[in-house]
Design a protein. Sequence first.
Lengths: 154, 498
Amino acid sequence: MSDDASVSHAALGDRIAGAVLALLALGAWWHSHTFVTGFMQPVGPGVFPRLVSVPLGVLALYLIARPGINQRWPGQAALVRQLGMLLLLGCYGAVLEPLGFVPATLLATVLLMRLFGARWRQALPYGVLLGLALFVLFEFALGIPLPDMPGWSV
Amino acid sequence: MEIFDSLMHGFAVALQPEHLLLALIGCTVGTLVGALPGLGPVNGVALMIPLAFNFGLAPTAALILLVSVYYGCMYGGRISSIVLNIPGDEPAMMTTLDGYPMARAGRGGEALGLSAVASFVGATIATIGLTLFAPLLVTVAIRFGPAEYFALFMLAFATIGGVTSGSFTKSFIAACLGLLLGTVGIDPVSSVARYTFGWYELYDGIDYLVALIGLFAISECLLFLERDQHQRVAPMQLGSAVPGMRQSLSCASTIGRGSVIGFIAGVLPGAGASLGSFLSYVLEKRWWGSKGRFGSGDPRGVAAPESGNNAAAGGALIPMLSLGIPGSGTTAILLALLLSMNITPGPLLFEQQPEMVWGLVAALFIGNVMLLVLNIPLVGLFAKVLQAPSWFLMPMVVLVAFVGVYSLNNSPFDLYMMLAFGVLGYVLRKLEIPTVPVVLGLLLGGQMEFNLRRAMAITGGDWSILWSSGISIGIYLFAITLLVAGLIYAWLVKQRLE
C-alpha cells in the first residue's frame, strides 16, 4: 500500500539489513553445531537450521551486492512519537501486574490517545471510556481474570 | 452426491443458533474492521483470535467466527475505497480507481450497492468452488507421504515471491527468516533446546499469535504514527444503494469473469486476493478497450475487482483446508488458530472431522447472505464509522491487541515479545521486505522439518527419497514452473518500467 512518493532509492538500508541478516545466518549456522544429535537420528536437530541458514546467508550477501528499494525513513518528529508508543506500551506491560489492570489501562488509553493526536479534553473522557469498556469486555463478557488493583478484588 | 450430503450435514452444524450468532458477529465486526483504512483482514482476524480463545469457543465455532470476520473484511475493504479513496485493505486497492470517481459524482451509494452484489457473487462462486474442489484435492493429498509433504512446503515457499509484490530476493529472505525463527524452542524430536540462550520463556517456541499480532497490528500502528495526523475527511453524499443493485444485472458478465479469475488466483499457492482483484480489473479493462470509461467512474471497474477479491478469498481457503498450506496472510492466521487448537488441517481433517469442515463451508454460504443483507441497508452506518477520529481508533486497536495477547498466557513476557515483533515488522515493511513470508515460515517451519526428518527416518538418512516418487517430482516441476514464470513476469514488468 505504499504510495510512490514515499519510496526512495536508498540502498543503504538494504545493505545494513543484508549485513545483519548475513551475520544472523552465520551465527545460526555456527550455533547449530552445539545441538546434540541423538542416537539413531539420521537428521539431528541442527540440520534443518543449517539448511535454512545457507540460503539466508547467500541471499543476504546478494542483498548487499544488489540492494533494492526502501521506503523513506521517518523524520525526527515521527520517530519520537513511535519511540513514545513503544516506551508507553513497554511501561504498560511492566506496571500491569503491580498496579492492577484498571489504573494501568486508564493511564495507557489516555496517553496513547494524546500520542495519536487527541487534545486533553478529548483524550481524558474518551480514554477513560475506552479503558473501562476494555475492562468490562475482558473481565465480565469474556471472563478473563485480569490483574486486580492491590487491595481491591472484583 | 456425497458432497451434497456432506454439505447438508454442514448446514445442520452451521444453523445451530450459537454458530449463526457467531457468524453474524463475525460478519459485522469483519465489515467494520475491513472498512477502517489500514486495518485489513490480516489484522482483523489476528485481533479476534485471543477473543475467540477467551470465549472458550470450540474449534468449529471459533473457525466460523474467524472466517466470517475474514469474509466480512473482504466486503468492508471496498467501503473506504469508494467513500474515502483509501483502500480499507490491500485487495481493495483496485476498487478506488473507479469507485471513488463514482462517489465524487454523487453515485457513491450506487457503487456501494453494486460492489456489495459483486462481492456476494464472487464469494458465492468461490464457496461453490471450495465445495467441489477441496474434496478432489483431498483424494490426491491422502496419498502424500512425508517426502511429498516436504515437496509441497517447497512449492509454497518457491511461489511466495511471485505475488507478494516486489523483490524475489526479499521474499525469500523473509521466508528463511521465518523458518529460522520457527526453530527457536525445544526441538520436539530430540528435546534439545535450540536458540533459546537460556531463556525458559522461549522453550515453547515463539507463540504464533504473539508474533502475528506484533508483525501486523503493532507495526501498522507504528506506520500510522508517521503519517500526517490532521487529515480531515469531508462527509460525502452517498445517495441510494438501490440503483447499484439494478446495475449489477447489466454488469453480470463482468462479475462472472471477475469471480472466475479471482477464484483461480486465490487457489494458487502464494497468490491471493490482491492478485485476484488486480487481474480481474486489468483483464476487464482490456476486454472493453476504448468502449469502457475505466478510471473515471465506470461501474464495471467497481464490479470486476470486488468480485475478484472476494472470489480469491474463498479460493485461498482450499489449499489451507485440504493441504494445510495457506496461500495468503489471512489464511496463514486461520492456520495458526487451528494449530494452536491442536488441529492439523490437511486431508485427514476431512475424514476425521467432517462436521467441522462442512460446517465451515456451510457457514460461508450463510455468512455471505448475511453480509449482503447487512451491506445494503447498513452501508451508511459503516461509512459513518470511517469518520471516527483515528486518535480513538488506533489506541483501541493497540489496546485490544495488547490485552488480547496478555490474556493468552497472563505473561508480560508475551507483551514484550509482541512489541519486538512489532518493531521487526515495521523495519521489514520500511525495507520493503514482505512480512507474510515470515509468518508462513514461522508457521510451516515446524511441519516442514518434521516431514523432512520423518522421510529421513524411513530411509535411514538417504536424501534421495525426497525426489523418488512421481508426485513429489511433479510438485517440484510445478514449483519450478511457477518460480520461472514469476521471474519472467517480474523481469517483464521491470523492462516496461524502464
